[in-house]
Design a protein around this ligand. Structure first.
Ligand SMILES: *[C@@H]1O[C@H](CO)[C@@H](O)[C@H](O)[C@H]1NC(C)=O
Length: 226
């Protein structure tokens, strides 16, 4: 059979949407200029995550029994290395409280696994039996969600923390180190309280001052003191 009589079509299927990739001998839309056809196969260059999905190839060719047709579907998953994760680490915490450190990146395909490090040592993954923690570690590290949870944080948990995201496509990526300081007394809370009290005293003083200026206190009252 002559190759020219064979019709090849490629479509991309996203849910209920079907769009042409290759139709009547040319590539369509954003496949133009970055895809090539070889026999009935297509080769796409500069793939991005948006190219992931289901593709269908339909071939029909004339024969003595009329038109012969066949089709096949393939799924393309574009792998993307992990990006540098964003980490949330509290600067300070009061011992005994619940503290959660978070780590996340949204680029990686497949999704990254996360691991936390303290003072450059990897923290061990929690040993889980279903949803029940089966270890004596003072924290629970979830390598899927990227969280490191302390139910009762202690002074010993003070340290330099960072997290690493890895999906085994590219290099593991880590966030900048952040220090968490755990104290028995919430020193920053005390400082904040002192500042607030000082502000209240100062604003009361100002209030009295302006009240006097505006004559809310009688001059007799002031004279009495004079
Ligand atoms: C870890 O986090 C994932 C995603 O949030 C959740 O589905 C899973 O149940 C968590 N695992 C444990 C053991 O808590």
């Amino acid at each position: 059979k002559k190759q020219s009589d064979t019709r090849v079509e490629w479509k991309k299927i996203s849910g209920k949407d079907v769009s042409f990739v290759y139709f009547q001998g040319s590539f369509i839309g954003n496949f133009k200029g970055r895809a090539e056809i070889r026999h009935s196969s297509i080769q796409i260059k500069n793939v991005t995550r948006k190219d992931s999905g289901k593709y269908r190839c339909e071939i029909s060719t004339p024969s003595e029994h009329g038109q012969e047709a066949g089709e096949t579907e393939i799924t393309l998953l574009v792998l993307v290395p992990s990006a540098v994760p964003v980490c949330e680490v509290p600067i300070s915490a009061m011992s005994g409280t619940v503290v959660e450190l978070r780590c996340k990146e949204n680029e990686g395909v497949p999704a990254s696994k996360y691991r936390w490090y303290r003072n450059n040592f990897p923290l061990s993954e929690s040993l889980m039996l279903g949803n029940v923690k089966k270890d004596r570690l003072p924290y629970a590290m979830n390598t899927t969600s990227g969280t490191l949870l302390f139910n009762h944080v202690s002074k010993n948990d003070t340290g330099e923390y960072y997290c690493e995201a890895d999906n085994e496509i590219g290099q593991p990526q880590k966030c900048p180190v952040k220090r968490m300081q755990v104290d028995d007394l919430n020193v920053s809370g005390i400082i904040a309280a002192v500042v607030i009290v000082a502000l209240i005293i100062a604003s009361c003083g100002l209030g009295v001052y302006y009240a006097q200026k505006k004559g809310y206190f009688s001059s007799k009252y002031i004279c009495f003191y004079n």
